[in-house]
Design a protein around this ligand. Structure first.
Ligand SMILES: Nc1ncnc2c1ncn2[C@@H]1O[C@H](COP(=O)(O)OP(=O)(O)OP(=O)(O)O)[C@@H](O)[C@H]1O
Ligand SMILES: [Mg+2]
Length: 266
């Protein structure tokens, strides 16, 4: 089971859009996907049609099993742990608990291991407890970036955070992908941004880029991933290509499973 935190402390860069549509494209390709919405804004939950005030809150607040918080979506192979504004309270209350960043990791470790191939976590746009919880619970980080502005300074800060989390909370964590996710190929700036990302992050930058498309902005209003709302659109094809490329980058998978077995054996 690959566990991926989709993170970027900058707001509005396409985290939620990536989680919902990459998740749906992976599901369409036969992977079983669990989306965990950690953002109190609950945009991924609303998009996928289920907001549940207490589901994830109970996990953080009262140690309820995460499996109980899983809901089906209308999309085959795609399940959801919904968020709600209650998560703001959970975050506030958890700060007085020792080891609060590890609550989610423990809850994910206790999920049935053979039920999902992928867990995708949608992080809020802040480096707070909910984002650290995702980084502690995952093996991989996927960073979506916009190419309308040069994002390098923010990415360097995020990369430092990943290193710190690795040192203190989760040595298995690695940056596995940077996805340019609102690309206007006609502009020089988009090309420049992708080039400088490749210079700085090398192969971690995905070959596939997600083009800008009004279809993406329309899809949440219909409560459907863009791969279902506009299945023949160019952007739906981009997400399918991204899913195939991301799935092919599964070198760490074996290590992840071995780690899981090790932990259960302890
Ligand atoms: N490929 C795209 N084409 C056009 N619009 C897009 C695309 N990807 C994302 N957007 C739009 O950009 C906005 C921000 O996207 P999204 O909500 O996914 O970002 P986010 O990083 O999750 O934001 P937040 O930090 O608030 O959680 C949305 O209005 C979304 O519709
Ligand atoms: Mg979001």
């Amino acid at each position: 089971m690959r566990r991926i935190a989709v993170a970027n402390q900058k707001g509005g860069v396409g985290k939620t859009t990536t989680v919902v549509n990459l998740g749906a494209a992976l599901a369409e390709q036969g992977r079983r996907v669990l989306v965990i919405d950690l953002d109190p804004q609950a945009n991924a939950s609303t998009w996928l049609g289920t907001v549940d005030a207490r589901a994830l809150y109970e996990v953080f607040e009262n140690g309820a099993p995460l499996e109980k918080a899983v809901r089906a979506t209308g999309v085959d192979n795609l399940d959801l742990v919904p968020s709600s504004s209650w998560m703001t309270r959970a975050e506030r209350n958890a700060t007085t608990q020792a080891g609060a960043e590890m609550i989610l990791r423990q809850a994910v470790d206790e999920l049935p291991h053979d039920q999902w191939d992928y867990i995708l976590m949608d992080c809020p746009p802040a480096l707070g407890l909910l984002c650290y919880s995702a980084l502690a619970a995952c093996n991989e980080v996927l960073i979506p970036v916009q190419t309308r502005v040069m994002p390098l300074a923010g990415l360097v800060a995020l990369n430092q955070t990943i290193d710190t989390v690795k040192l203190r909370l989760n040595r298995r964590l690695r940056l596995s992908a940077v996805l340019a996710s609102q690309v206007d190929k006609r502009t020089a700036l988009s090309r420049e941004v992708v080039e400088s990302l490749r210079e700085r992050f090398g192969d971690v930058v995905m070959e596939t880029m997600i083009r800008e498309s009004v279809r993406v902005a329309e899809a949440p209003g219909h409560r459907l991933p863009v791969t279902i709302y506009a299945p023949d659109s160019s952007v739906a094809h981009d997400y399918r290509a991204a899913a195939a490329e991301f799935h092919a980058r599964s070198a760490a998978d074996g290590e992840t499973q071995a780690d899981g077995r090790l932990q259960r054996a302890r």
